[in-house]
Design a binder for this molecule. Structure first.
Ligand code: IVH
Length: 663
């Protein structure tokens, strides 16, 4: 960790404390972070390391000595009936097994049962009910006392104001207040339109919304809740396990997670974590990990808690999506449309579950704005399948002799690089899907002048391949088989693979549906193209231009000659007859509120009606579907389960590709 040699450890500690304090204040009190989590982490750990090495530097007021920020003065502060604990964290299987070892010491059973809950990234809240009425809602605060945000919480639709039970209840329930991903996006869109501030992240938006002095503002934003704890659950009859408590909460009207899992033994618990990790991006809400809780309340009690966290629960955090690393060099990449993109070559770093070595810097404007330089320490981010990017430079780590990066205006071999990028796109998974034909191999084909255009891929022979370095006969044959297999394709894939500027997968799909053949697409005027939804003048012009270029016509002709085939899409496509499809929704959809589902289906031109008759095209069936499901089956109507509906909504399949009947 390089700080300047002239700086003494005590100066550095002071600097770090000041920096972390202001970051904490910005985050917790002003809801406007000045540095991100990864950066905070780096500085925080540096301070911990310094204080460990020089204990005399440790002061009581150090940010390492407290959690969270001080209470804000806007709301009344009230003491919690039972402290609101925090959770210990583990970051890998080893850490989790160490937690299991401690649990096992207090357990009489060989295998402990765990409840595995998503760790929602929002704000903890305590809800107090007297005579079944919500009388108070407190934030976590410092864990001992919290802020009274009752009026604001009452505006959240998913918080029951009165409990659904026969005997009046006095209970205290804890949960997390947050925004669903979609709702957060909508909120920011609205903020942007009205010229209000854009929230950096969902958690801060939730905090800011909950701590509004005017509850009308809170009411206008789509906050939701997920409840995960019943205080003193053991005092309620028949509740002996956390899973019972969750069921009970649900039964009296609380929203609980529908993604909770039960697992017996550490190996199964770990498998459940891996499952969450895989599904993370598809969940409608943000999670930063998974919470493991010992299910048996008796065992929970004997395990007790230490300091601020229970010993019967832990949070297994996902590998962070952001990390810091060093920029080793900056290269310029040439895209298939000829655009130059600067790319940072990084010291390998583990982010969001994978090791990354490159991050895009987008363009010169971005480099200038972020002032990224070779040798800089930077924060990099990776979200799902998205290309990793440099978020910002950690200026305090910059070398004094560093100079701003200057992007070259052009690169050598530009034409060749463009052709390579086009071929890489053509062979990619979502286009022709030539399995095993990696970027490096394509680069060599072009460099060795074996391949000039798309069709040349299909005329390669074994001798061409084995002549390449590190290519044995067996791998050469595998590549040829993969190339041959890709000959049979579909029109949308082919259109997408051509790499027409601006034609993504969805547009390729619409074009294929609209024109049914490359010939008719190629003969269409820009005016006609613009009539298709989502195709604007620029895109229409790109398409016309692509097809009117002689070289492109030539390469299409060659593709047919080498034996590429794509069946003409059936005319019966569902989306052609917009609004003529009718469906009925039944059951519950934990991941997709009914209204949203309806709206999304409507957007696809599918009409949602309430009564199921023979004329309905399909039934969307969620959990606990009852009589309608039976009726649909009796009538032979196609049934879509939630997962199928999701595929349909995400354009991953069309109605006709759905399984016929779920009989
Ligand atoms: S249980 C004594 N369960 O994580 C147990 N907490 O890092 C205390 N959180 O303050 C909490 N999802 O805000 C629990 N399923 C879940 C949770 C959860 C999110 C939050 C909560 C807590 C923080 C601790």
């Amino acid at each position: 960790m390089g700080f300047l040699v002239t700086e003494s450890p005590s100066d550095r500690a002071l600097w770090l404390r000041t920096k972390l304090d202001s970051a904490n204040r910005a985050y917790h009190e002003l809801d406007a972070p000045i540095i991100n989590d990864a950066e905070f982490d780096v500085l925080f750990r540096e301070l911990v390391a310094l204080e460990t090495r020089y204990p005399e530097l440790l002061v009581d007021s150090s940010p390492t000595q407290r959690v969270g920020g001080p209470l804000s003065r806007k709301f009344l502060s009230l003491k919690h009936s039972t402290p609101m604990l925090s959770l210990s964290n583990v970051f890998d299987a080893e850490g989790f097994y160490a937690f299991c070892d401690r649990v096992d010491q207090s357990s009489e059973k060989d295998l402990v049962e765990f409840v595995i809950e998503p760790k929602l990234d929002g704000l903890a809240i305590s809800l107090i009910y007297e005579d079944s009425k919500l009388i108070r809602a407190l934030t976590r605060g410092d864990g001992v006392a919290g802020e009274d945000v009752t009026e604001n919480v009452k505006t959240i639709r998913d918080v029951p104001l009165t409990l659904n039970c026969e005997v009046p209840l006095n209970i205290e329930v804890r949960g997390e207040i947050y925004f669903d991903k979609d709702d957060f996006e909508t909120l920011n869109l609205r903020q942007m339109k009205s010229g209000d501030k854009i929230f950096v992240n969902s958690r801060n938006a939730a905090a800011g919304t909950l701590r509004q002095l005017d509850s009308k503002i809170t009411a206008s934003r789509p906050l939701t809740i997920c409840c995960y704890a019943l205080v003193n659950a053991n005092l309620i009859q028949k509740i002996t396990r956390q899973s019972d408590a969750l069921k009970f909460l649900h039964s009296v009207g609380f929203k609980t997670s529908s993604d909770v899992q039960l697992a017996t033994g550490r190996a199964n618990a770990l498998a459940a974590f891996r499952d969450f990790e895989k599904r993370r991006d598809n969940l409608p809400y943000d999670i930063d990990g998974v919470v493991f809780k010992v299910n048996d309340l008796g065992l929970q009690k004997s395990l007790g808690s230490v300091a601020r966290a229970p010993r019967w629960a832990t949070a297994f955090k996902f590998a962070p999506d952001e990390a810091t690393t060093k920029v080793l060099s900056i290269d310029v990449q040439v895209g298939r449309t000829g655009v130059l993109t600067p790319v940072a070559r990084l010291r390998p770093v583990f982010v969001g579950g994978v090791t990354i070595t490159n991050a895009t810097l987008h363009n010169m404007d971005e480099i200038t704005r972020k002032d990224v330089r070779v040798q800089d320490t930077v924060v990099v981010r990776r979200a799902g399948d998205v290309i990793p990017e440099v978020v910002k430079v950690i200026l305090s780590e910059r070398k004094s002799n560093s100079i701003p990066y200057q992007m070259p205006m052009d690169v050598p071999n530009r034409e060749r690089l463009i052709r390579t990028a086009q071929l890489i796109h053509f062979c990619s998974r979502k286009a022709m899907n030539v399995d095993g034909l990696g970027d490096k191999l394509i680069e060599q084909f072009v460099a060795k002048k074996l391949v000039h255009d798309f069709a040349d891929i299909y005329t390669l022979i074994e001798a061409d391949l084995v002549a390449l370095p590190r290519m044995g006969e067996k791998s050469a044959r595998n590549v040829l088989v993969a190339i041959n297999n890709s000959k049979e394709t579909t029109l949308p894939r082919l259109i997408f693979g051509l790499g027409i500027n601006g034609v993504g997968q969805a547009t390729a799909q619409s074009l294929a549906e609209e024109f049914n053949s490359l010939e008719s697409l190629g003969q269409t005027s820009a005016v006609e193209l613009e009539k298709i939804p989502d195709i604007g003048p620029v895109l229409a012009e790109n398409i016309v231009e692509w097809f009117s270029t002689a070289a492109n016509q030539h390469s299409l002709k060659k593709l047919v000659e080498v034996g590429l085939i794509w069946p003409t899409p059936a005319k019966t496509d569902a989306f052609k007859n917009k609004a003529t499809l009718t469906c009925v929704i039944t059951g519950t959809f934990p991941e997709l509120p009914r209204e949203l589902l309806k709206e999304r289906l409507n957007a696809k031109g599918i009409r949602v009606v309430s009564t199921l008759s023979k004329s309905a095209d399909f039934l969307v069936a969620g959990a606990k579907a009852g009589s309608k499901l039976k009726k649909a089956r009796d009538l032979g109507i196609r049934v879509l389960e939630e997962a199928d509906a999701r595929l349909l909504l995400n354009d991953e399949i069309s109605v006709d590709q759905l399984p016929k009947y779920h009989k």
